[in-house]
Write a protein that binds this ligand. Sequence first.
Ligand SMILES: [Zn+2]
Length: 170
Amino acid sequence: MKIGNIWTDQYGDRPENVNVDTLVVHTMYHPEDNDCFCAVKCKFWLDQCGVSAHYIIDRKGTVVQTVALDKMAWHAGESQMPYADDQRTRVNDFSIGVELLASEDEPATEEQYKSLVELTSLLMDDYDIASIVGHQHIAPARKSDPWNFDWAKLKSQLEAEVPGDLRIGV
Ligand SMILES: [Zn+2]
């Protein structure tokens, strides 16, 4: 899989000895540009907002990395894991953030699901990813993204690609 880079300076250091084991899925678009699904423009919008994600996946499935994985991207905000046996807060510390370019009316494309599955599989070579959650699951009072996301589809596509017991959604 080809992954481009547009680095941002909006990131921090992860805590020492943290185990990165969670993927957080988001959706976004540029709210002030007609070309609202352009990855470059969306990245600059995130810069302007003082936030970031490790990856942006555009509607054709093109993957762009903007933060190094050993650094902390600022995507989750005030957040908490949603499971009975995992209620860790500060999800940015131990997660990798992925923004899918989509809107409330235009949900993620097949190409985006495909790239997300491929990216997850790639990340699992280096990280013991245990959970994939949406922003809505870790900050339910504040966030509703990823909008109209088909968790069942992601689950079935991932299970076909990556064996093991990943926790997907809630
Ligand atoms: Zn989000």
